[in-house]
Design a protein around this ligand. Sequence first.
Ligand SMILES: [Zn+2]
Ligand SMILES: [Zn+2]
Ligand SMILES: [Zn+2]
Length: 586
Amino acid sequence: MLPFPDCFENVMFSDILENDLYIKEVYQAMGSDDLSEPIIVIINLMKNGIYPTPFKNKNEDLSNEYRNEGNSAYKNKKYQKALICYNKALAYAPNMSRAMKLAYSNRSALLINFRHYKACLNDISTCMTMGCPDDILEKLMKRRETAQRALWLENIQKKYNSYAEDFFKIPKRHPDVPCASSQIDITMDSKFPKIVAKTDIKVGTVLALEKAFVVSPCPFDDAGSNYTTCSYCLKMSLNLFPCEGCTLALFCSKQCNELCLKEYHNTECHVAGFVKNRPDIQIPLRAAIKVRNMCKSWDELVALSNRYNSKKVKSSINEIFNSNNPSSLLTFNYDVNFLHGMLFNATLIWSFCIIIINNSECFFPQSGDDKAKAIRAFARILIYLTIFSPPTYMILPESDTFDEITKFSKHPSFGLFPFIGKLKHSCIPNTRAAALNNTMALVALQPIKAGTELTITPVFHWLDCPQTKQDRQNRMLWFYRTVCSCVVCEASPHDWALMRQNSQLSVTQRRKHKMIFSNESPENFFEPNKTAGIYKKICECLELLNDVPFSKEYADMYRYFRKCLLYLQDYKSQNIVLDDSIDVYM
Ligand SMILES: [Zn+2]
Ligand SMILES: [Zn+2]
Ligand SMILES: [Zn+2]
C-alpha cells in the first residue's frame, strides 16, 4: 500500500530502513495515540542528514527534446500526443526562453491545422509578446494572418442549448451546506449525521453541486493528463500555460494560476517532483496546505489538529459538510480498517516531505518552538487525511469539437469532497456523481422517498463497466479501506443470470415502457430543442423500472441516461481534445 514516490530513488530511505534500531523506534511511535508521533521521530532521526530536494528544475535542453518529440508525433498523426509534448516542452522551458517561444509557436501550428483559430491566435500572441525569435517571425506572422482570416470566414453557428446551459443549477440551497439542494436534509440522530431526502425526489434531479476542496489531475504519465488539464480546475484547454516555478503545473487562466498559488501551490511548487503523478500524495498535501492557509495563524491550525487528533469528536453539520470550514476536511466517518503498512509508508513519505518543505523555508514559522508545534500539527493533518479521507474518482467528459463526439475521459482525476465524499456507500446507489471539471454534480438515479438516506457507489455502477469481483474488492480496499459483501459485489456469473431472469417487467410496466418512447428515439437528446423532453422521458422510464434493476430494459435505459447526462456535462465543461483519427488539413 502507498508505494514511495519515484523521486526518492531509495536514497532517503536507506538511512532509516537499514537501521534496525531506527525501525524499532518508528514502530514503537506508531503505537502512540497521536498519529503524528512517528513522523516527528523520523524527522528527528534524520536531522543531521543532507538530502537532495527531489524537485525537477526547468531545463531548456529537456524542453527542446519534448518539442522535437512533439514534432515527430505530429508527423505521425498522433495529434493529442503532439499537444501533450508541446505542453511538456512549455512546462520545462525556462520562463521567456527561446525554447518556450518555440513551444508556443509549434503548438499554434498544430492548432491552426485543427481549425482552432482562436486558440492558435492566443499562442501566437503569447509568443509575440515574449519577443518572437527572428528566424520564425515571418512564418508566425503569416500564420497569424491565415488564422485571422479563417476565424472571420468561419461562420459555424454554435448550437445554443438553453436546457443544457441551465441544467446544473440548484434553485434553492440547504441553509447549512451551501453546495447541497434544499431537497436534502441532514439528520443528527445517529452517531454520525445522515444525509437523507427531505421530500420525495424524482430521478434526474440535481441534488448538489460541490466544488472539490482540492483536486489532482490524472496520475498516469503516458496519458499525459498532467499536461492536458489545468492543474487547478482540470479543464482541458488548448491554451494551457506553465507555472513559472515548477515543471508540474499548467494553468488554463490567470485566475486559476492565482487561486492555485494562493490556496496551496505556493508551497507545493517547492516539492513538485514529490507529488508528480501521485494523487495519493498530492491530494492530502494540497488539502493540508489549504487548511493551513484557511487558518488565520499557525496557532489556529495547531488547535484544529489537536481537536481532531484520531479521536471522534462531536461536530456540527456546518463543521462536517461545509467546505468553507476547514474542519470539514477532518471529520470523516469511514468504516476504516486501520492499516499499519499504510501508516508506516505514509509516515516515511510525510517525514521527507516535511523535511523538504522545511528546507525551502517558505512555509513553517522560523522560530524554534513555534516551528516544532507547527510541524507536528501539519504532520497530524497529513496523516489524518491519508488514512481517513480517501479521494473521490472523477471521470471527466471530453469532446472533440470537430465531430462533436462526446465521451468519458479514459483517465480519471481525483478530488476531495467534504459533502459528496461522505455520502453512504452502496453498490446499488440511489444517486450518481457527474464531474464538471473540478466540480461534482450529484444527480438522483432512483426515485428517493422522503427520509431515505442518499447513497453513492465508491467504485463503478454495475452497469458502467464489467468488473470482476476481484476488481471491485481491490478498488474498495484501495480507496475506501473496506470490502463489500452486497449482491452486486458477491454475485457469481450464475447468480447474475438468475438475477436477470427474476428481473422481469410486469404487463403494465411493459405497456407503459412502450408508450413513453412510442414515437421518438432516446438518442435524440443532443438536438437543442429536444434535450429537455427526452431527459424527462428517460428519467420517467427509470422510475417506472426501478423495481426491476437487473432487467435488460433497465440496463438500456440506464445507458441512455448516462449518455444524456454525459452530453449535459460536456456542454458545461467544454473539454477539448484532438482526435487522432481525423486527417489534418495541411
Ligand atoms: Zn483552470
Ligand atoms: Zn509551480
Ligand atoms: Zn457491494
